[in-house]
Design a protein around this ligand. Sequence first.
Ligand SMILES: [Zn+2]
Length: 397
Amino acid sequence: MTERLYYEDAYLWEFRGTVTACRPGKKQGEWLIALDRSAFYPTSGGQPYDTGTLTANGAEARVTDVEADTAGEVWHTADREIPAGTEVAGKIDGERRTDHMEQHGGEHMLAGAIWEKLGGTTIGLHLGQEDSSIDVTLPEGRTKLTEEEIALLEDTVNRRIRQDAPIRCWFPAPEELEKLPLRKAPTVTEHVRVVAMGDFEMVACGGTHPSSTGRIGLVKIVSVIPAKGKARVSFVCGGRACRLFSRYMRSADKAGAALSCPVDKLSRAATELKTRLSDAEKKVNRFETREILERIAEAETREDLKGVTLAAVTLPEMNPRAVAEAVSEYIAGKGRLLLLSSGERLTFARSADVPADMGVLIRRVGRGGGRPDMASGAGIPECVGVARKILMTEGLQ
Ligand SMILES: [Zn+2]
């Protein structure tokens, strides 16, 4: 069984060990290496593996994955064979591990606060590339949190982070373990390792943690969504939270400059702008609708179609909403048949009292379909003339 050096010191980036086994990995050129002692963290409890290097006799092997088997042996996936018995110098990517410890430590603080303030129990940490998430079972089966609850959790956690309380990890004797006020029962029965963060959070955990709450930096909840009867809380911590804040600030500053308002008035300015835009769009729409109706009126002819007024109109490409409104308004009158093109979009429509099938007619001249009283499709403007000719030759059906 590999001696896990990160249990004692989670900031140990460099160490020495001896290869106890080396065998080919699943992929060509990949080797699985076991050491007598290692500071590399193997994927477990939602925290991803460490990466880094193993150097032996001047040759460096890159470690691209780390896993522990059921016997407790830690296997390092490397791109070079290192025979058993060789002494190696291990080096861990400290930046990657620090990031993982910030997210993992923040998760503990958040889960502790969710339990204490809302009576929610937490399962399954997922530490992702962008943000991390936990699934929370809340009392009464709730699957969402209010804005006030989110603010309470963030405020509680970040105040505790600023207190910079020590984080302690140890293996208590069974009689001590029994008496400890753990947030939830351990999932293992032997070699239970406990993490205590100040007096805010105490739970069984085999992961790596910062040495004090202050080193978590900052916790920010980014979303809470319902997921399979639970509330899925997504969050970022430490460096990720700082980078997210910078990104949001830059974006908010640009939006503020564009709308000529301070950042904290952005929401109101955006709502006002949206309302004004919607009003303006309605006005423009109405104007265009009227213009189309005028063009239809100019094109109206009373040809030998049993008293039906026929309007065949070709328009340049116009706002489809204005076209639709003008068409509806026009055929609301009696005895009207309209053949209209706007760009390459065709609309054939008729009043309810006109006996003709527009769907059939549009399919004879272009592509499309629809109801007997209104059909639309695609076709060149000349399709309107062809449809008119069909009606004049064959009459209404
Ligand atoms: Zn932990």
